[in-house]
Design a protein around this ligand. Structure first.
Ligand code: DQQ
Length: 541
């Protein structure tokens, strides 16, 4: 019951129990979405890693199938780790994944569907040629993993990236193949950095310039930029650049850990993500592992660990300098009761309860108008010298600023002893305004155990001409927030003790000295998604 399991979610993807981490090989195939994921069938901690497999017709409701890959062969006996799918011409999906072999070395393996006419792709056969890539020629066998979706160059060869570390630095190795079985490594990595360590789960794909649609991974379209994502330091960082398929050169606009640019998919809890091209709706969709923020002993007690994010569409922003993310539209089918407010003034220092929905399971959209913007604290010198996360913890939701903090309090107890704040704070920097977005979980729970660090990001918008908007998806122990229409995303895991189920409340607040206006607010109760096991259904028949 939800009394014993207050932190299980209603519309985020979860297996019935045990440990889940990275999303693997998401794809759309013959009318069905497939999601594979890193899974421990035996416990709520990492280990015995298999590829669990679930399918969906709408990215909202899911059916769990039998595992696609189990660690039972010499080339993966110590784990079937992360990897990707590629759709070969003629709609033939293949999996490339990392195996931890009998010597605990990381190798890359190939698997293909047993029966292509089964749209569920229930059974997968590992190639007799495995491993198809081994850590030879001086590669570190402990840091050689996570193949990307492959793309095909103008010479017809397939290319794939493998995450790697050399002399302590992260890099994306490039391999080429004619047949997916024989791979040769390019002498030059696609990209590397001496400012980071190991790159896990790289991702590499085109995004359209000035486009509303996603782009297929092998597209040679000229009006694209390429995104390179790498997972390190507990975050998913990305850079943008121009990729030349004839030479496999990737010239970057910005680089990882450059001062003044810190592009992350999400500034909260979000790791080892993976994207895929959805040919049915011509969009690129991003999945990510959302880890717990409490101790392993708590995970063992509750019997599970890990969520997947709500899948997000990815587009390039109009400026071409960053990505825009938004929850897939299908999630809106779960919206139920709605409350709506228009042009509501939020006086400095005020609080407004938003009632009439299930605040523990909700979708909230709010936008603010600022008429007192010129009163913003002239505090920031240069935002590229300031860590927004630190600023958010120095000036939490309870801070009395000028224009902000204002925003929403979610998963709040009636007496407000527990609340998670998602808010904005405007600063002046020379002749410009800087918009800070925070997700403050310092007061999210009376419990001592959970991590309560605050997250923050600057949003690249001009508050003089644009409204400040926020969308938050609330689901019992997760708050996924999208600021500035998807320019800055922050996901937080929270574990309230009082603010659970019907005891959770929603507020709008303004702790600044100056008034702000809620231009509009729409909040919906969210229905539960159907996420069930095929095997249980089979037993019922
Ligand atoms: N998780 C997998 C690895 C990957 C890591 C193992 C990232 O393949 O590098 O479960 O979370």
């Amino acid at each position: 019951s939800s009394e014993q399991q207050p932190y299980r979610t209603a519309y985020h993807f979860q297996p019935p129990k045990n440990w889940m981490n990275d999303p693997n090989g998401p794809m759309y195939y013959k009318g069905i979405y497939h999601l594979f994921y890193q899974y421990n069938p035996y416990a709520a901690v990492w280990g015995n890693i298999s590829w669990a497999h679930s399918i969906s017709y709408d990215l909202v409701n899911w059916i769990h199938l039998d595992h696609a890959l189990n660690p039972e062969d010499p080339s993966d006996i110590n784990g079937c780790w992360s990897g990707s799918t590629t759709l070969l011409p003629g709609e033939k999906p293949v999996i490339l994944y990392t195996g931890s072999d009998t010597k605990n070395q990381q190798v890359q393996n190939l698997a293909v569907p047993k029966n292509l006419s089964d749209p569920l792709l229930m059974e997968w056969v590992k190639s007799s040629h495995n491993p198809v890539m081994a850590p030879i020629d001086g590669l570190d066998p402990d840091n050689f993993r996570d193949p990307t979706t492959a793309w095909q160059g103008p010479d017809g060869l397939w290319r794939v990236l493998i995450g790697n570390q050399m002399n302590g630095h992260g890099r994306a190795l490039l391999y080429r193949s004619k047949d997916f079985v024989t791979w040769s490594r390019s002498m030059v990595p696609l990209h590397s950095s001496n400012k980071t360590g190991m790159w896990e789960c790289p991702d590499f794909y085109p995004v359209a310039i000035d486009g509303k649609y996603g782009v297929e991974t092998s597209s040679m379209d000229e009006v694209t930029k390429h995104v390179l994502k790498a997972s390190f330091n507990n975050h998913d960082y990305y850079i943008l650049g121009n990729y030349t398929p004839t030479t496999d050169e990737f010239s970057v606009d910005t680089d990882f850990m450059d001062s003044g640019s810190d592009l992350r998919y999400d500034y909260g809890q979000f790791y080892a993500s993976k994207s895929f091209f959805d040919s049915s709706k011509k969009r690129r969709i991003l999945w990510s592992w959302i880890q717990e923020s409490e101790n392993a002993t708590d995970d063992i007690k509750k019997g599970w660990s890990g969520l997947q994010s709500i899948p997000r569409t990815i587009l390039l922003s109009e400026s071409g300098k960053q990505l825009i993310q938004w929850p897939v539209e299908e999630i809106e089918q779960l919206r139920a009761e709605n409350v709506s407010l228009q042009s509501k003034e939020l006086k400095g220092g005020s609080l407004l309860e938003v009632s009439g929905i299930t605040a523990s399971q909700a979708d909230i959209e709010v936008s603010f108008d600022l008429s007192n913007i010129n009163e913003a604290e002239p505090e920031l010198m240069d935002p590229s010298w300031i860590d927004p996360q630190i600023l958010c913890s120095q000036k939490p939701a309870s801070f009395r600023g000028n224009v902000g903090p204002f925003g929403i309090l979610v998963l709040a107890s009636k007496d407000l002893t527990e609340r998670t704040a998602i808010f904005f704070h405007i600063f002046r920097s020379h002749d410009k305004y800087v918009v800070l977005m925070c997700s403050d979980k310092s007061r999210s729970s009376l419990r001592e155990g959970p991590n309560k660090v605050s997250y923050g990001a600057f949003i690249d918008i001009d508050p003089q001409i644009e409204k400040i908007s926020l969308r938050s998806l609330i689901d019992h122990s997760i708050v996924e927030s999208f600021g500035g229409e998807g320019k800055a995303c922050i996901t937080a895991r929270v574990y309230p003790m009082l603010a659970i189920d019907k005891q959770a409340y929603l507020y709008a607040f303004n702790n600044g000295k100056f008034d702000v206006t809620i231009a509009s607010l729409n909040a919906w109760s969210m229905k539960k998604a159907h996420i069930a096991s095929a095997s249980r259904r089979r037993k019922l028949h």
